[in-house]
Ligand binder design. Structure first.
Ligand SMILES: *[C@@H]1O[C@H](CO)[C@@H](O)[C@H](O)[C@H]1NC(C)=O
Ligand SMILES: *[C@@H]1O[C@H](CO)[C@@H](O)[C@H](O)[C@H]1NC(C)=O
Length: 457
């Protein structure tokens, strides 16, 4: 899948090694300097009595030195320790200006990015009241419904007046409005299924549904690159989890056959239930699920919505979705919008990046395009340089990706015009040259693509 060139892997490893070594060196000197100051980490007896000398707790008489607590000067245990703490201080904080950039407008094709400054090498960042207008290549706004538009917005405002911003209750009590029911029916019809159930949040949908449909004695077969919400849902369910190679129906079939033949571990009784879990589109890879192939491997489905409405905690205990949000979705589904244009622009982008020699993952018609950066120094370089040229991109690094596979994730939206995309491509190509992330030779006859496209316009 990822064609990581040997030399790049080597230099990337070397860079991380260097960062690690210098971080350790700095920590070493910091410890020497700090040794003179009174430490802000103290050792305490677990009984938390302040009356503790080095060998015995005067309050609880404990002499055990095994279960000592580390306590900071404010009286709390430190939140992270060891490697995690080291990674945060010495690697993440140095480039944290590239992550979590605040924005000050709707995530439309263009949006306002809040400018920040730092007086301590980006360890702490301060917001200013200034913003800069940037091309938005970072939001998951595939269909372009994120900003105000003349079809959806008036309807949403109407529903806000009628139903208020929240129902302040769960669906099974007083939180069920006409809108919620309408949307469920609409979604079911849209995807061609008998019923649908609404959740206000994607993460909860996965992490709460999975434990509600499967438990101990069940088997979950999960794609190796499934989202964290699925991983946590699968763990929380108590079912056994097996993983199949990403988007590989043949391997799924092998795993399925093996598990059906073997049954549960030790007892070898048949599994009570087997569920295969995949995603529609993998957001870090930009790959669409091979659904038809996978379905033909599994080929058995059951009606479960009714069961979820009685058992799923996210349905029974969580406040129902905000009515204006429901109305926004209803309007978005009902609005006649030309999705064809969207597909065309998506194809246009993935191909262009590949022609320029970038290593791009993802399917051709995917709206998410991960451009591989690999090297840790290229993460901030790419992100900052794009921002300087008014293009906002999202960069993703460890732990969200494997250590060597840092990437920039470009998301385009139906609200981008052709000019927007051409500007985006131009800037990314220029910055790509500057930062050195065109890992493959440029296809010669295609280098004048942007000029050609402009002429066509
Ligand atoms: C931080 O730096 C800015 C310029 O970048 C300066 O205007 C400001 O006074 C500095 N603040 C402090 C507290 O040093
Ligand atoms: C801090 O971030 C800015 C961009 O936001 C960058 O230009 C600068 O080089 C960074 N400083 C350090 C010390 O990394």
């Amino acid at each position: 899948m990822v064609r990581l060139p040997y030399l790049t892997a080597l230099t990337t490893l070397f860079s991380y090694g260097l960062l690690f070594a210098f971080g350790q060196l700095r920590d070493f000197f910091r410890r020497i300097l700090d040794a003179r100051k009174p430490s802000n980490l103290k050792v305490r007896c677990p009984c938390l009595s302040p009356a503790w000398d080095l060998r015995i707790c005067l309050a609880c008489r404990s002499v055990s030195r095994r279960s000592l607590l580390l306590i900071s000067s404010q009286g709390y245990a430190p939140i992270c320790l060891g490697l995690e703490d080291f990674y945060t201080r010495r690697l993440y904080l140095r480039i944290q200006d590239c992550f979590g950039r605040p924005i000050a407008s709707a995530p439309d094709a263009w949006f306002d990015v809040v400018e920040r400054y730092s007086n301590d090498s980006n360890k702490t960042l301060h917001r200013t009241s200034k913003t800069s207008k940037c091309l938005n290549l970072g939001s998951y706004n595939y269909l372009g419904f994120a900003a105000a538009d003349e079809y959806c917005t008036p309807r949403v405002i109407e529903s806000l007046k009628k139903y208020s911003a929240s129902t302040c209750s769960v669906r099974v009590d007083g939180g069920n409005t006409k809108l919620h029911i309408e949307l469920e029916e609409l979604v079911a019809k849209f995807v061609g299924k008998p019923a649908a159930i609404l959740f206000g949040m994607g993460y909860v949908t996965n992490s709460a549904i999975i434990p509600a449909v499967i438990g101990k004695g069940g088997l979950i077969i999960s794609d190796s690159l499934n989202h964290n919400s699925i991983v946590n849902g699968a763990r929380g369910s108590g079912a056994t989890v097996r993983v199949f190679q990403h988007n590989n129906p043949a391997h799924l079939e092998d795993v399925l056959r093996e598990q059906i033949a073997g049954g549960q571990p030790r007892t070898h009784r048949p599994w009570k239930k087997i569920i295969v879990i995949v995603e529609g589109i993998y957001s870090m890879e930009g790959e669409l699920c091979k659904l038809p192939e996978i379905i033909s491997v599994c080929k058995k489905y059951k009606e479960i919505i009714h069961h979820l409405k009685r058992t799923c905690p996210a349905h029974i205990y969580a406040t129902s979705m905000s009515p204006p949000a429901v109305q926004q979705v209803i309007s978005a589904i009902k609005e006649p919008r030309n999705l064809l244009k969207f597909e065309r622009t998506a194809i246009f982008s993935v191909q262009s990046f590949k022609k320029w020699g970038f290593e791009v993952l993802g399917d051709n018609d995917s709206p998410v395009m991960p451009i591989m950066l690999y090297n840790p120094a290229k993460i901030p370089a790419f992100s900052r340089e794009c921002l300087r040229q008014n293009v906002a991109v999202v960069t993703v690094a460890f732990p969200a990706t494997p250590l060597l596979l840092a990437r920039a994730r470009i998301c385009i939206s139906a609200s981008h015009s052709r000019e927007d995309l051409i500007k985006g491509l131009e800037v990314i190509s220029k910055v790509g040259d500057l930062v050195g992330i065109k890992y493959f030779p440029v296809e010669q006859e295609k280098t004048t693509d942007v000029k050609k496209l402009k002429k066509i316009e």
